[in-house]
Design a protein around this ligand. Structure first.
Ligand code: BDR
Ligand code: CA
Length: 313
């Protein structure tokens, strides 16, 4: 089975990606590490544990990571993910939860330990601001060379962002631009980047989504409850449904879902007054720098629908 470490800021789409991974028969989740992003790190831990409970997967170890970005900022995306980060659907179950005391080991340290325990075997799936991954690279500069693959949901293909704070930046990169730049620079393995634009183009028709949300199983009811608010928000804004973190998870689990990609040198703008956090792609290879990223530009939406359906069936 494929060994995954998943870094999350759970978040409604992180919750979907976690469901997809822990219910997949070919996947073993070694750990889920949490970081602040869509919500604060403690709420992200709670939300993650809630998802694991609904999937009978509370045996998956969880580790608490960074509360602040590398430069000390905090974040929040309640405007989309809800005040609890999970679509404000407290009645969706399970019963009121008490999070067992998490291990005292920091997320970054757990990532380093587990990757070194299984060299060459781990697929790291980063679905959040890259603070924990940057800290892990500070602890072990050889981390990237010991991974089987590294998939990151972040960045975008153009200067059209999805965050109120920095109009040119994608959310995960904008929350901790220094961490994103450091990870791109120091990972030293080809990072598979599922960008905002790529994920938003891997879309599903609204009537198909309605059928998906009507699947009347234990996990299906939970899924449609926490997706209700975000779906209503998206429906008003987009002609089709899309969800970012499940796209990145699909790439990790089913590499055949990548239809188009290109290898480029990619970094992140750190200083721009208006462009901080923007993804900088050397489209024409002008810099002469060795490509560090496989930019995913086309993903298979049929496979995405299959995986979303399987996880609630
Ligand atoms: C990313 O930002 C977060 O809000 C989502 O969970 C996803 O990881 C999309 O830009
Ligand atoms: Ca996320």
């Amino acid at each position: 089975r494929m060994k995954l470490i998943i870094d999350v800021d759970t978040g409604v789409d992180d919750a979907e990606a976690i469901m997809m991974a822990v219910t997949h028969p070919d996947v073993e989740v070694l750990a889920i590490t949490c970081v602040s992003g869509n919500t604060n790190v403690d709420q992200a831990m709670m939300n993650t544990y809630r998802v694991l409970s609904m999937c009978n997967a509370t045996q998956v170890p969880m580790f608490r990571g960074s509360q602040f970005s590398l430069t000390g900022g905090g974040h929040d995306a309640a405007y989309f993910h809800g005040t609890d980060g999970m679509g404000d659907a407290p009645d969706a179950g399970p019963e009121p939860l008490t999070l067992p005391s998490p291990p005292t080991e920091h997320a970054a340290s757990a990532i380093v330990r587990l990757v070194n325990k299984f060299p060459g075997e781990v697929v790291l799936v980063a679905l959040a601001p890259l603070t924990n991954i940057a800290l892990a690279l500070h602890l072990d500069q050889g981390l990237g060379s010991k991974l089987q693959r590294c998939v990151v949901m972040g960045g975008t293909l153009d200067a059209i962002g999805n965050t109120p704070q920095y109009p040119c930046a994608e959310f995960n990169f904008s929350c901790d631009p220094e961490a994103a730049a450091l990870v791109l620079d120091k990972m030293k393995c080809m990072i598979q980047l599922a960008t905002w634009k790529t994920c938003s183009e891997c879309c599903i028709d609204w009537d198909v989504v309605d059928n998906l949300m009507a699947i009347d199983t234990y996990r299906g009811r939970f899924h449609s409850a926490f997706m209700k608010q975000p779906i209503a928000k998206k429906r008003g804004r987009y002609s089709h449904f899309h969800s970012c973190d499940p796209c990145a998870m699909m790439t990790a689990i089913q590499p055949s879902s990548v239809l188009h990609s290109m290898e480029k040198y990619v970094t992140v703008e750190l200083h721009g007054k208006h462009t901080r956090g923007q993804t900088i792609i050397d489209w024409r290879d002008n810099s002469g720098k060795t490509p560090n990223v496989q930019i995913l530009t086309g993903l298979d939406s049929a496979q995405l629908l299959n995986l979303l359906t399987a996880m609630v069936s």
